[in-house]
Write a protein that binds this ligand. Structure first.
Ligand SMILES: O=C[C@H](O)COP(=O)(O)O
Length: 254
C-alpha cells in the first residue's frame, strides 16, 4: 500500500510572518496523522525558518527549485547541498513555470534531478502538456518526451524514490481542473512509460501526483482515482483550512 503524498507549493507568495503562521497551522491541524505524507515548499528565503518550526513534526519541507551545479561562481543560485544542510528533504524540479518562464530544458532538469539525488533530496519531477498539445492529441507524446529527457541515465532504484507530478499546464492556476478520468488516464500512461523504460516494480513504486487547480471541492474525487498517488497543490495550499481539507481527502490504494 502506497501512502499518498500531498504537497503544497507556495510559489512566490507570503511574508515571513505569514509563512511561519501557515506552517504552524498546517502542523497543528495534522496532529499525529501518519496515513498520508505531507510536504510544503516555501520560497527559498523562508526555508530555514520553516525547517526549524517543523523539525520535530512529520511534515516534509522542500524547495521549489535548485541549481544543477555543485558550488562556485553561480550568482543567485542555491545548491542541493545548501538545501540539505538547512533541513530540506524534498525539491520540486521542472515545474512548468520553470520550463516556460525560465526556459529549463529536459537536459537541465535531468542534471538537477541527479544533483538532488546526490545530495539526498527527494525530487518531485513535474511534467504536463499545454492546452494546444492536448487539443492536438499530443499529451502522451509530450509526457513521454519530458520523462525520457528528465530521467536519462537514472537507475531503477533512483526512479523508485521519485515523485512525478502530472500538471497539465492548462489547469495550473486557471480553476480548470482535469477531470478525474482525464487525470487518471494520463497517470496510467506515465506509469506505463516507466514500466517500459524500467520494469513493473519501478512503475508501481513511483508516486504520481496530480497538480492543477486542486482545491477542497475536487480533491477527494481526484485522490480517489486508482492511479493518483497524491496532489501538488498551488493556490489552495496558501490557506490552511483548504490545504488540510485536501489532505483529509487522501486515501490509500492497494
Ligand atoms: O505546483 C502547483 C501547481 O502549479 C498547481 O497550482 P494551482 O493549484 O494553483 O493550480
Amino acid at each position: 500500500m502506497k501512502k499518498q503524498f500531498i504537497a503544497g507549493n507556495w510559489k512566490m507568495n507570503l511574508t515571513l510572518n505569514k509563512a511561519r503562521d501557515l506552517a504552524k497551522s498546517i502542523c497543528e491541524g495534522l496532529a499525529d496523522s501518519n496515513t498520508v505524507d505531507v510536504g510544503i515548499f516555501p520560497p527559498f528565503v523562508y526555508l530555514k525558518d520553516i525547517c526549524d518550526i517543523l523539525q520535530s513534526s512529520n511534515v516534509f519541507v522542500g524547495a521549489q527549485n535548485m541549481s544543477m551545479e555543485k558550488s562556485g561562481a553561480f550568482t543567485g543560485e542555491i545548491s542541493g547541498e545548501m538545501l540539505r544542510d538547512i533541513g530540506c528533504t524534498h525539491v520540486i524540479i521542472g515545474h512548468s513555470e520553470r520550463r516556460t518562464i525560465f526556459k529549463e530544458t529536459d537536459h537541465i532538469i535531468n542534471s538537477k534531478i541527479k544533483s538532488a539525488l546526490l545530495n539526498g533530496l527527494c525530487p518531485i519531477l513535474c511534467v504536463g502538456e499545454s492546452q494546444k498539445e492536448r487539443d492536438t492529441g499530443k499529451t502522451d507524446e509530450v509526457v513521454d518526451g519530458q520523462l525520457s529527457g528528465s530521467l536519462e541515465n537514472l537507475t531503477s532504484e533512483q526512479v523508485k524514490g521519485l515523485t512525478i507530478a502530472y500538471e497539465p499546464v492548462w489547469a495550473i492556476g486557471t480553476g480548470k481542473t482535469a477531470t478525474p478520468d482525464q487525470a487518471n488516464e494520463v497517470h496510467a500512461c506515465i506509469r506505463n512509460i516507466i514500466r517500459k523504460k524500467y520494469d513493473n516494480s519501478t512503475a508501481q513504486s513511483v508516486r504520481i501526483q496530480y497538480g492543477g487547480s486542486v482545491n477542497s471541492n475536487n480533491a477527494k474525487e481526484l485522490l480517489g482515482q486508482l492511479e493518483i498517488d497524491g496532489a501538488l497543490v498551488g493556490g489552495a495550499s496558501l490557506d490552511p483550512d483548504s490545504f488540510l481539507d485536501i489532505v483529509s481527502g487522501a486515501v490509500r490504494h492497494a
